[in-house]
Design a protein around this ligand. Sequence first.
Ligand code: ZN
Length: 345
Amino acid sequence: MSQSVELDARPLIDLPQEFLFEGTVVRKSTGQYWVTGETEFAGGALVACSLTNLLRKQLVYPIADPTSWRPHVLAVKEIRLVDPVAIGDRVRFLPAGPGRGQIQEVLPRRSKLSRRAAGAQPLEQVIVANADQVVVVFAAAQPAVRWNLIDRYLVSTEACKLPALLCFTKLDLVKEEDFRAELEPYRFCGYRILLTSSTQQVGIEELRQALRGKLSALVGPSGVGKTTLLNVLEPGLGQRVREISKITGKGRHTTSSLEMFSLTGGGFLVDSPGMREYGLWNVDPNQLASLFPEMRPYLGGCRFGASCRHNKEPGCAVKKAMEEGAIHPRRYQSWLRLASSLRET
Ligand code: ZN
């Protein structure tokens, strides 16, 4: 047995730490991960990494813990992942020649933004690991705002316990006062809202400030003027992001290719493109109401307690709050729709 094979066969936990380097995954496409080499090994350049067999097996087999490299296959509770390594992950890698490495370990995540991957099987897709915030980008008009979809994204950020920033483009196409009034339910919930216009250079500096020093995940449908907005934010940034999105739109699991972009003013941005359907991950229909901040104060007050579906049940505190104007009817309808779609899956 050659030395390298022997090394591979050893339990990784016994590997002396000095063999391993740490870095952040800043780009990935199927089976290949680019890690920043913050060490003398790579001199700050990117290291193209593959995965160890053990990590790769997690693509196929159920595992106990997505951050674990130990191949315990749990038959009891199947947790399936599209990919054990996400953009933004801190990893330990073993050098494998100039500019190359092999990821041995994914370090514990501070946060993760996950969605349910497309397809019939329940698979978790971690879009970004260790993000500080999620920027939900929609147009104020053209296309018309899909409030239900905004709520879906917000539920996903609530489920991931990540702060959300609601960013609207094309402010110049609407009457600002009226539009601000439409956003009142979100302001009430405490969501931060940013109104921008790329053509009139409105809200750009504010957005720059909001992104500074943070790792931000961008979500939202296509056609809302995101590319233009990013180009105004930083010359060429929109094009660079769109190039990656083009590659990403193909393939079955749409975010098979992703990149983290660094911002001139400090901070990083990851776009999550090509999502026709934003599937919610790890959201239980019975817990959904607690992911609507304005519903939380009423959840203990229903006559049927925790079994109340807040729909046609008598003595429902949530319904009463909606009728009395404390919960916006549009948000309530959105909640109803999401709850029933979650019950179907
Ligand atoms: Zn109720």
